[in-house]
Design a protein around this ligand. Sequence first.
Ligand SMILES: C[S@@+](CC[C@H](N)C(=O)[O-])C[C@H]1O[C@@H](n2cnc3c(N)ncnc32)[C@H](O)[C@@H]1O
Length: 492
Amino acid sequence: MDIDIRAAHRLRESAGAQAAIGPLVGALCAADVDLTRLRVSCDWIQYKNNFRETAMVRPVIAAGVAPDPGDDAAVDGIELAVDLRRCAQPGTEVAAEVDAALADFYATDAKVWLEPWVPGSGSCVWRFNALYWQALAMWEKATGREYEHALPGGESDARNAAAARELILDLFKLWDELGARRALPEELYVIELGVGNGGQARTWLDAFTELDRRHGRDYYRRLHYLMGDYSAHVLDRARQEVAHYGDHVSGLVLEATRLSGSVGFLAGKAFLVYISNVYDNLPTDEVASIKGRVYLVQVRAYLSASAAARIAAQFGLAERELAPLTERLLRIGPELLSESLPDKFADPGQATAFWQAMWDALRQAERYVPLEGLDTYQVTPSLTGEILRPLLAAEGDVRMHVSNGALASFADTLPLLHPFGQVVCRDLFLTGTDQYGSGFYGPGKYDGSTVNWVNGPLLALLANRRGFGVRFSQFKERPAANIKTLTAQVRD
Ligand SMILES: C[S@@+](CC[C@H](N)C(=O)[O-])C[C@H]1O[C@@H](n2cnc3c(N)ncnc32)[C@H](O)[C@@H]1O
């Protein structure tokens, strides 16, 4: 049996976590499980709301067989995944959690499944995530608070005026130099992806106009600030926030992971692509290297039997209705759901309550499926899993994010840059893949959305191959924050 504790620092600090290890091993020794084929993986899941039970079983599917976790010949072993944070809480019976996880693994019929097995990026949690941004007003009405309050610190760093000013002064310096060489284009483009409530655009434009007045070159007259988001609702909000900037601002509905069609006209023209807290909100797969073999993590969303019974009773539904109603909710949203089924959901508020109950209870089962070759795995439409090879080779046994959405978005963003332009992206970046060995980096739930830290070294690898340099820096204005700034520009 291998025991991997990826929360070494937390383990040292938490007497409860230390005390959990004995009962954990005791419960496994007492269970009917082949210890020679068992791995135990202990995380400290800092997200109070997440997709896992305190303990869960993940089968490691054998190569060359149809995955059937119930069949011993189809699995190379099993992994027991344990959340040490919850184990450390007073009142948690660790042995009972382990027994429940083992029993639950074989009791597949007791669950209400919401989807087939898929790679992480294909899970319905991303449809929940998109629905959250599309129908944000309904969600916020139900919770009585704005989404920004769900972020750590209660406010987005995108509103930080000092950071905006620093960026703008750098731009002025560059524009002055290009102007002196008569190389400054007439139109000065800045594009922001994933605009939220428009707070970032507002902070940036306020600082820009103020600094421009002092600088005296009238760059504001030539400025075009484009705001892109996939949620028309969010975009409307952001437009209202900066309405007084008139024609200098345009809002575009776009998919951040496929930019060439929507903003391809900007190719080679953008001086700044400004992104904050978006990459951690884009779909991702995870891969794992286990004893030298590479696996794709497949997931499957479900409700436990008890959660399904509770939600069905709360809304007067049959349990078998939960999955199709969720599918319908994700397709048409809470307003149309109540309009089309008034006997089940009397008003949009009821449909939103159903949405929130489903999201709260949603869990993901996981399994490891062998990848027959990295080149057979499509990370983005134009990138294969080969890009992962150096990172996987460097780490031995590891499980890491592929950050598929962030990679696709980043790859489509780089060609938009003016030769002296830059991408500035503030987000939850890992800056070394070795970090995966000592912490948990998602997925977690923020309110109604999904969060995963971003595999920074992978983005840097992609940029390097395309002739761009990437650096990561601490967010100076809040050094204790987990947020880092990625800056990318053409390599000298
Ligand atoms: C957490 S908010 C960040 C808002 C703001 N930039 C900030 O830092 O406060 C994420 C934003 O990204 C948008 N978004 C998420 N996924 C997207 C996608 N695939 N395409 C375009 N926009 C997306 C959401 O609608 C939302 O406005």
